[in-house]
Design a protein around this ligand. Sequence first.
Ligand SMILES: *Cc1c(COP(=O)(O)O)cnc(C)c1O
Length: 373
Amino acid sequence: MTPGPTYVDEEVRAALAKPITNPDIDSDFYEYYQNTCSKLQKLMNTENQVLILSGEGILGLEAACASLIETGDKVLCIDNGIFGNGFGDFAKIYGAEVSYFKADYRKAINLQELEEFLENNHDFKVATLVHCETPSGITNPVDKLCLLLKKHGIITVVDSVSAIGGERLETDKWGMDIVLGGSQKCLSAPPGLTFLSISQAAWEVILNRKAPIASFYCNLANWKDWYEKQWFPYTQPISDIYGLRVAVERWLEENNPIDRHAKLANAVRESLVSGGLELYPLDGFSNTVTTINIPKGVSYQDIYDQMLKDHNIMITGAFGFLKDKVIRIGHMGENCHEEKLYLTLKALDLTLRSLGVELKGELDKLFISAIKG
Ligand SMILES: *Cc1c(COP(=O)(O)O)cnc(C)c1O
């Protein structure tokens, strides 16, 4: 029950075991890849070109930076958490001059504050944003933020790895230039693939650079006309794509999976707070992960060990400045179901009590009453 990788359903695992063809030369596979991208377009609400790349979410993030950024380009890094801040480091690798818009790490980015900041500084080519800050469990209002950045003519790159599939995403309506996701979070396919949508404005930047892109694997320009040319830059991970395809179909066939994430996330938070625990975020509560401050007198390791040994449930802590300060429960994709969260909260309740934490109610019962409203 961590915030990814998540449980992979048997239907997806069975797809990974299917016999393969040679994806470099089989024209049926080109159609299959294209149709899988079309399904991702539907999921992301976009008409922009979507690509699937062979590498975990970080590859999408680095490919966007490598392909858009040239030495000396001004990049705005919107920073209210560990992933947001780290995005700036990727931009620097490709020569960006990075400015940070630093905000409260316990809150979602405030539109008005960014608006005021941009009034005096808006001379940026690219802005990096994180949709859901996974370590802190905070979802940023990327709808409003991207529209604002677009007004200033800034190309937006949005890391939506831990949000896609669990949070609303209207790529085109919100004017998002590059949006990237991963296979292993709310879509519940195995780790190993990233996918990204690329707007016309982003393509224009990528195809009209002064200096060539200093990478091959991260070079999105290599992909521009892959379908027309019937050519992939490298052999495609066909089995992984079979698995992702089934995972995306499962998502598209469900009646409102985002609503499921929102409702269960809400019930998880309500049960924890009613039980006397404290959430790390002060607002911007994520649909996909809940971050809880560790009560005084107990350690992360004790909670983790006992949850795993006594209850066979894996939850996690966080890293960086949040190390040993919080525990996190993921409610993403196949892990975002009432039964699983009920068992997780029951186990957490027993674990915390046995470690001497006083709770104001039974977490599992509070969860059920929160769901019933
Ligand atoms: C999981 C995740 C990624 C991918 O990073 P890993 O360290 O490989 O898991 C990127 N961005 C966000 C916001 C994520 O949650």
